[in-house]
Design a protein around this ligand. Structure first.
Ligand code: NAD
Ligand code: ZN
Length: 370
């Protein structure tokens, strides 16, 4: 039996205006806002922050790590002491892409659970519920807004792993496609294709249920529509020609696809472990690392890779090559270790005998294709 619970949503152009109402029940307490550094907290701040609330601009130059999350928690506690307040926030709002939403979930977890972020990487390690938390995606694709995990890099342990637990899911999400209008074109494609990868890996894996099948199938269709140019647009042709995958209706579709696809984010296969290796060792961003991995994993996902290729061509997106050229033995070995550490998805993709298939030589060979 599976028991899913996708977070309730407010969806549509201007949905961000629902935030004050959504937070009403949490007032007069204070709210902790964690917002991607792309957005300003100045006089033009588009979010309904009130005096007494605490705001953090989340630096997403790099994707979140256990250290970056611990540092926010420490600095937030210091700020509280400075202000003579010891009460925890009544709500946490995370506004940004997967990096910021995952940071918001992890910070929420550490507000009510003792210890450090690294203590909760794994499955079902979070024991206490968090304060009420709202996710507001400003890039579509990771599905963090609906998934039950928040992914952090842990350089000391050489892995990129989520805090997988029912408490890692937002209580509410605000899906406002207007917020994604400013995402740079390549980032938009890379992050958007994260949904497609979650769905491809889920579909090819052993761990299935009919409910998630339905959500995933619809998410795949919507990704095809957005990136293959088949969305049922009501927009002027000249607008479509210029903005293509980023026109208003495509951004709305991709936001829904990401939300639906988040249901499968914890049941990945081969792409995510290789992508995690690239992220942990070489610092390649998640969406791009997935795209590179899909191309290199052509033996296992031939049809998916072909369709990925077509979507990429249709959007005119190029991928880097030679990422692993010239790496020394130590770096290749770290890539290998940070990939095979992900036993759960590798077993989902290849069964119990996955180690016989993914030998050290095979893993090296796949990285050398990238
Ligand atoms: P991101 O959050 O890392 O952001 C990428 C860049 O886009 C940043 O520079 C950011 O400043 C910028 N940006 C964000 N919103 C913008 C906007 N509206 N306009 C202009 N620029 C904007 O990107 P992402 O791909 O959404 O997130 C990747 C992270 O998500 C990784 O850490 C990955 O591990 C994680 N992830 C989590 C899950 C999950 O279920 N929790 C699933 C997949 C991936
Ligand atoms: Zn992903």
């Amino acid at each position: 039996m599976i028991s899913g619970s996708m977070p309730p949503y407010v969806f549509g152009s201007g949905a961000i205006r629902a935030l004050p109402d959504l937070l009403k029940k949490r007032r007069p307490g204070w709210v902790l806002w964690l917002v991607d550094h792309f957005f300003s907290f100045g006089s033009d701040c588009p979010f309904p922050v009130r005096s007494g609330d605490t705001m953090f601009s989340v630096d997403t130059t790099f994707e979140p790590t256990v250290e970056s999350v611990d540092a926010i928690v420490v600095s937030m506690r210091e700020k509280l002491v400075e202000h003579g307040t010891y009460d925890p926030p009544r709500a946490v709002v995370g506004i940004g892409g997967g990096s910021t939403m995952d940071t918001a979930k992890a910070v929420s977890i550490l507000l009510t659970n003792p210890g450090k972020a690294a203590d909760y990487q794994g499955w079902d390690l979070v024991k206490e519920p968090t304060v009420y938390k709202i996710g507001v995606p400003t890039i579509s694709g990771t599905g963090s807004e609906s998934s039950s995990t928040c992914v952090l890099t842990n350089h000391e342990k050489g892995l990129k792993l989520g805090m997988n637990s029912p408490f890692s899911r937002f209580d509410q999400v605000v899906l406002d496609p207007d917020l994604t209008a400013t995402v740079p074109r390549e980032q938009y494609f890379h992050s958007g294709m994260d949904t497609w990868c979650h769905c491809a890996e889920y579909t090819m894996g052993a761990d299935h249920d009919a409910m998630t099948d339905a959500l995933v199938q619809q998410a795949i269709n919507m990704c095809r529509g957005v990136f293959g140019g088949f969305v049922n647009h009501n927009e002027p042709d000249e607008d479509l020609a210029v903005r293509g995958m980023q026109c208003d209706s495509a951004r709305a579709s991709l936001m829904v696809a990401s939300y639906l696809g988040g249901s499968s984010a914890a049941r990945t296969g081969l792409i995510h472990p290789f992508s995690a290796g690239l992220g942990t060792v070489l610092g390649v961003r998640h969406g791009l690392a997935n795209c590179v991995a899909v191309e290199a994993l052509r033996d296992w996902y031939p049809a998916w890779r072909q369709s990925f290729h077509a979507l990429r061509e249709s959007c005119g997106i190029e991928l880097p090559t030679g990422l692993c050229d010239g790496l020394d033995y130590d770096q290749m070995e770290r890539l290998y270790q940070s990939t095979v550490i992900h036993e759960k998805p590798l077993r989902n993709a290849l069964g119990d005998g996955w180690r016989d298939v993914l030998t050290r030589e095979k893993v090296y060979e796949i990285f050398r294709r990238m």
